[in-house]
Write a protein that binds this ligand. Structure first.
Ligand SMILES: Cc1ncc(COP(=O)(O)O)c(C=O)c1O
Length: 359
């Protein structure tokens, strides 16, 4: 017997969500964002299920190379580009597409006097104030890149700061800035993350870059994923490994901060923050035991947590527990823990086995 915590990865749901992207942005090419181990879901498993992608976007060159070794011939964009000059030969050899966001990267490329046939993404900061060249530098950077022997093709991208706040004026402002700067260039353009794919069709342009929606979570705090026809891909599951008969007034777990309001059964689940479940999730966070919704009680510890078994008479040792998935929305758990599903999903640790499932 092994420790029962595991993550089921529903590849049919992944494909369904990808089809949603296609339906929403039929004219745009799709760069599927699979950084951070495909948002915690498992890079190779997800890319295999998403073979119809036009491109993949990730961060680590070793992940890109692992995709090449597994036979993926798709364009692969390195979303933070390269970090030092010794990566340039690997990028060229593996036909990877680095984002160029800073002067120091231009200097490195300038020092490369070979024809490498590089395809690069020039990143413009239209208002996110994170990566990218300020708009005033766009023309000079483009001229510099276009004159480089090692570069064959330049595309342009920018990133939206507020696309998930549908009422924000900033998205329109960023889009206008991006379009004005780039319209005469004839270059391929990309701006839209999941929120913009769903809520700002004018941002779709030549390439969209969906991340969280592929994995079945909502980018909007006020709209559940189900209302956007997205299906959860990861179900984090474990089992009850012990049941305690507690007395009214008993304090449960570290810190003794949850007291039994009556005589009751408390279940111990083999999953904790060492597996990636958020330690900040408070008592009251939803959880499913033996097919019934209940609540987390007491503090989450490294490898275990305790749950309220009142009203779940069928719960026994080995009863299935869903931490999040089809019945407990990861967005709901994230909200209780004061974070977003992005963080929960990509925090699921290596020790949690990912199992591919269909439907
Ligand atoms: C550059 C870039 N594009 C696209 C995405 C996808 O964003 P989302 O997961 O919100 O769709 C990300 C993710 O943070 C990103 O960094």
């Amino acid at each position: 017997m092994t420790r029962p915590v595991h993550a089921s990865i529903d590849v049919d749901a992944l494909q369904h969500n990808f089809n949603q992207v296609r339906r929403l942005a039929p004219e745009s090419r799709k760069m599927l964002i699979v950084k951070a181990n495909a948002y915690g879901h498992g890079l190779l498993m997800c890319c295999t299920a998403l073979k119809q992608a036009d491109s993949f976007g990730l961060l680590d060159i070793k992940d890109a190379i692992s995709l090449r070794k597994a036979g993926f011939l798709h364009p692969i964009c390195l979303l933070e580009g390269f970090f030092s000059n010794d990566e340039i030969p690997l990028i060229a050899e593996n036909k990877l597409e680095p984002v160029i966001h800073s002067d120091w990267q231009l200097d490195i490329l300038d020092g490369t006097q070979q024809e490498l046939g590089l395809v690069v993404w020039l990143k413009i900061d239209t208002g996110m104030r994170r990566l990218g060249f300020v708009p005033e530098k766009f023309k000079s950077v483009l001229m510099r890149l276009s004159a480089m022997k090692c570069v064959r093709k330049v595309s342009v991208m920018s990133h939206l700061a507020d696309a998930d706040r549908r009422e924000s004026q900033k998205t329109g402002y960023q889009l206008k800035k991006f379009l004005t700067l780039t319209e005469a260039t004839g270059l391929k353009r990309s701006m839209a993350n999941s929120a913009a794919i769903l809520a700002h069709p004018d941002c779709h342009l030549d390439w969209v870059r969906p991340g969280i929606m592929l994995y079945g979570s909502s980018p909007f705090v006020d709209l559940p994923a189900s209302s956007l026809s997205l299906k959860p891909v990861m179900s984090l599951r474990s089992e009850i490994i012990s049941i305690k008969d507690c007395q009214k007034g008993d304090a449960v777990g570290y810190g003794s901060n949850w007291h039994c309001p009556e005589d009751m059964k408390v279940g111990v689940v083999a999953c904790g923050y060492g597996d990636g479940y958020p330690r900040h999730a408070p008592s009251g966070t939803p959880i499913m035991v033996a097919g019934k919704k209940t609540q987390l009680i007491g503090r989450v510890s490294m490898d275990m947590m305790t749950v309220d078994l009142r009203g779940i008479d069928s719960a026994t040792i080995g009863s299935l527990v869903e931490l999040w998935g089809n019945d407990v929305a990861v967005d709901a758990v994230a909200k209780m823990a004061g974070t977003i599903s992005y963080e929960l999903l990509c925090s699921v640790t290596e020790r949690v086995k990912r199992q591919q499932v269909h439907g």
